[in-house]
Design a binder for this molecule. Structure first.
Ligand SMILES: Cc1cc2nc3c(=O)[nH]c(=O)nc-3n(C[C@H](O)[C@H](O)[C@H](O)COP(=O)(O)OP(=O)(O)OC[C@H]3O[C@@H](n4cnc5c(N)ncnc54)[C@H](O)[C@@H]3O)c2cc1C
Length: 481
């Protein structure tokens, strides 16, 4: 192990006692990802309070060849924010940088530090009768920097796009400690490469995001949430097209839930009730929104849209949430699928996408192929049909032991699923990123030309390989120190 005392002394001088700790107890909660899949070690936990401090620290790391693992809320799904077990890397937390620098209600723009928690951004926007159009289950801990670095999705991508679409400007510290300042939002800017877009979704491997300017939208006036019962996922796709056609911009979300998932959730949540009287092979959760003052018009639109869909044979039954409480209950059923599945037993989870039009064929063919190949398992696909993104889970045979089953079968199952996704021209990571969990699979299945480009970009921006080594870019050279 290299002697790092000189480096640590300089880092402490730069960041002060509050900004740097090597205390094992203080570091411990941040060295394991929230799902408990990865645990690492770190030389120290750095918590800078400003962009200048991040820049100073990264410069120091570059001089001493010390690896840097950026971390926001540690709510990521791919182990991207967990260092390896060498204990040689600095864990760089952005959580202390949590200021909303400015919010301009007229321009509908907000500039905030990377450590701002998503829920806090929602609250700040709401106070100005605005909204930030991206949300997800981890909103109480996910930070703006983490959301940008993973190009996070969520339930509103259908209408508003993923995080990439929300970013108007970006500030980031590069691998040599220089500050890339592109915070000013310009509607038109043709000075060559859009470098901020390269940093978005780069999972801390090309730079440390320190601030961003984000777009805001006017607040929602009303919403209509619908639970519909369907015969097949092909019908769900047809219903989606019908809703897009009829509701246009009012359509904010379209999620699919197979019967098995709904039944698991009803078992899991003691007070929950099925929205429809009969069991349906598939269910769709549809959300429409309108500007203030248009609630009645929106409800009439929803009723006409559903009536026509029923007549056309696209759905069997549907319930419109009578009020906000019931709307929340419908969403709770959707949001409880993952915890309900976890309570049943072990599962291998895959966040995948295929072209939206191919999704019904993918689900209908992948489920029986997986279940035949791995006898006793049950495969399910649920989630963001409107984005061509389902969470494809393979549940273990009854009685399988948690931990043991994943260790013995997990890699084979995931490789099988990823091969199927590749066959359909899809992506092995729709919204959760690559991190460390999928880096080998990206290396195995990624297009060689794209992989080579990724390595070239990484080499150009981080020649020493100090930024989040071992994550995202298969085969990238990493710092030894
Ligand atoms: C209950 C729950 C539901 C979720 N649902 C969704 C969902 O629907 N869709 C979805 O996309 N995600 C979802 N997530 C995952 C997660 O919230 C997102 O991936 C989020 O973007 C991670 O933000 P974070 O601040 O926690 O980042 P972290 O987990 O701390 O880090 C994630 C990655 O970004 C890097 N990073 C973090 N901050 C920075 C920075 N400032 N600069 C450079 N790199 C950085 C890290 O090194 C790591 O590679 C969910 C999580 C939970 C807990």
């Amino acid at each position: 192990m290299t002697d790092r005392s000189d480096f640590l002394e300089q880092a402490r001088k730069l960041l002060g006692a509050r900004g740097l700790t090597g205390d094992a107890e203080l570091m411990e909660p941040w060295l394991t990802d929230w799902r408990g899949r990865f645990t690492g070690r770190a030389l120290a936990l750095a918590s800078p309070a400003s962009t200048a401090e991040v820049a100073g620290l990264v410069k120091l790391c570059a001089q001493h060849s010390v690896a840097v693992v950026p971390q926001g809320g540690n709510s990521g799904m791919s182990g991207g924010a967990t260092p390896d077990d060498s204990g040689e890397a600095i864990l760089l937390s952005l959580r202390r940088m949590d200021a909303i620098r400015s919010l301009d209600p007229q321009a509908r723009q907000v500039t905030c530090d990377a450590g701002v928690i998503l829920q806090n951004l929602h609250d700040a926007a709401e106070q100005q009768r605005l909204r930030f159009p991206l949300t997800l289950g981890g909103k109480g801990s996910a930070t703006i920097g983490g959301l940008i670095s993973t190009n996070a999705g969520g339930t509103q991508v259908l209408r508003h796009g993923a995080m990439r679409a929300q970013v108007l400007g970006l500030e980031a510290v590069l691998a040599d400690g220089s500050v890339f300042d592109a915070l000013t939002p310009l509607k038109k800017d043709n000075r060559g490469f859009d470098l901020k877009q390269m940093l978005i979704g780069s999972e801390g491997t090309l730079g440390i995001v320190t601030a961003a300017t984000l777009r805001l939208l006017p607040e929602i006036g009303g919403r209509v949430v619908v639970w519909a019962g369907l015969d097949s996922i092909a019908d769900a796709r047809r219903l989606l097209l019908h809703c897009e056609d009829r509701a246009g911009d009012a359509l904010e979300g379209f999620e699919v839930v197979p019967a098995h998932c709904l039944e698991s959730v009803l078992d899991h949540l003691p007070d929950a009730r099925a929205p429809l009287a009969d069991r349906h092979a598939w269910n769709a959760l549809i959300e429409l929104v309108s500007p203030p003052g248009e609630d009645d018009r929106l409800r009439a639109l929803a009723e006409a849209m559903l009536g026509d869909a029923m007549e056309a044979g696209l759905l069997r039954d549907a319930a419109i949430a009578a009020n906000e409480t019931q709307a929340e209950q419908f969403w709770l059923l959707r949001d409880s699928i993952a915890p309900a599945e976890r309570a049943i037993g072990p599962a291998m989870q895959h966040d995948i996408s295929v072209p939206v039009a191919a999704m019904p064929d993918f689900v209908d063919s992948a489920i029986p192929r997986v279940e035949r190949h791995f006898p006793g398992t049950r495969a399910i696909g649920f989630g963001h049909l409107g984005d061509g993104n389902v969470h494809f889970h393979v549940l273990a045979p009854a009685g399988a032991k948690r931990g043991e089953w994943e260790a013995s079968q997990g890699k084979r199952i995931s490789a099988f699923v990823h091969d199927l996704v590749t066959e359909f021209g899809g992506s092995i990571s729709a919204e959760h990123g690559i991190g460390q969990i999928k880096v080998d699979e990206l290396g195995r299945l990624g297009d060689p030309v794209a992989l080579s480009l990724m390595r070239s970009v990484k080499q150009a921006l981080d020649p020493q390989g100090i930024l989040n080594p071992g994550k995202l870019v298969p085969g990238a050279a990493a710092t030894t120190g």
